[in-house]
Design a protein around this ligand. Structure first.
Ligand code: GDP
Ligand code: MG
Length: 221
């Protein structure tokens, strides 16, 4: 029976990382319990709500999924001069003033883009996701973390709890083994509270990763 005095928590959680690493898929798996192999880039920002029972309390996770990339491209004007520009999509209009774009440059350049402070504001936790089959997406992890930490600090002056997700682990673990990366050490050095090999496709470790994040958020409150 629902207790009216039950304590409730609402946490804004960011899901960030390079394009195509599986951010949207992880959220879909976690919240809607399904997976689709068809790729469709997120435009703007999406929200999903996950409700958890946590020690007789209710935890609502508001997951912020973003098309987290920005494309700088060059154009030539009427006089033949070259200009750098940053594109934002025209349709549908983003909810927030984000810089996102789709198809102006090859996939390899749709990489790390700085998020606006508005997007990070009031978040209590974050997942940073990379794709275990794409080394570049792992290299971008530290940039995402730096961007996040530089723009967001909690009231107590600390950084938000962040969990690192090595996604698509159903496809092997090349990135993790090839470079001899010691993940525990990497997490310590870069301020992650934990890391998980996940698969949105096979539903591996997503609940565990989320529980880890919630545990750290609650402990820091
Ligand atoms: P996003 O751009 O980070 O939101 O990435 P998406 O969630 O759109 O996923 C990009 C592509 O990777 C899609 O084709 C997904 O079906 C696929 N994908 C996502 N997660 C997994 C996974 O865990 N395993 C496999 N094999 N494919 C995945
Ligand atoms: Mg997406």
């Amino acid at each position: 029976m629902q207790n009216n005095h039950q304590k409730e928590h609402l946490y804004k959680i960011l899901v960030i990382g390079d394009l195509g690493v599986g951010k949207t898929s992880i959220i879909k798996r976690y919240v809607h319990h399904n997976f689709s192999p068809n790729y469709r880039a997120t435009i703007g920002v999406d929200f999903a709500l996950k409700v958890l029972n946590w020690d007789q309390e209710t935890v609502r996770l508001q997951l912020w999924d973003i098309a987290a990339y920005q494309i700088n491209f060059t154009v030539r004007n009427f006089y033949g001069q070259v200009h750098r520009q940053t594109r934002t999509p025209k349709t549908p209009p983003p909810i927030l003033p984000l810089s996102v774009s789709t198809s102006y440059l090859p996939q390899s350049q749709e990489r790390f883009g700085n998020m606006t402070r508005v997007y990070y504001r009031e978040a209590m936790g974050a997942f940073i996701v990379f794709d275990v089959t794409r080394p570049a997406s792992f290299e971008a992890v530290t940039k995402w973390k730096e961007d996040l930490d530089s723009k967001l600090t909690l009231a107590n002056g600390k950084h938000v709890a962040t969990v690192l997700l090595a996604n698509k682990c159903d496809q092997g673990r090349d990135v993790l083994t090839n470079n001899g990366i010691k993940m525990e050490q990497f997490c310590q050095e870069n301020g992650f509270v934990g890391w998980y090999e996940t698969s949105a496709k096979e539903n591996i470790n997503i609940d565990e990763a989320a529980n880890c994040l919630v545990k750290h958020i609650i402990a820091s409150e």
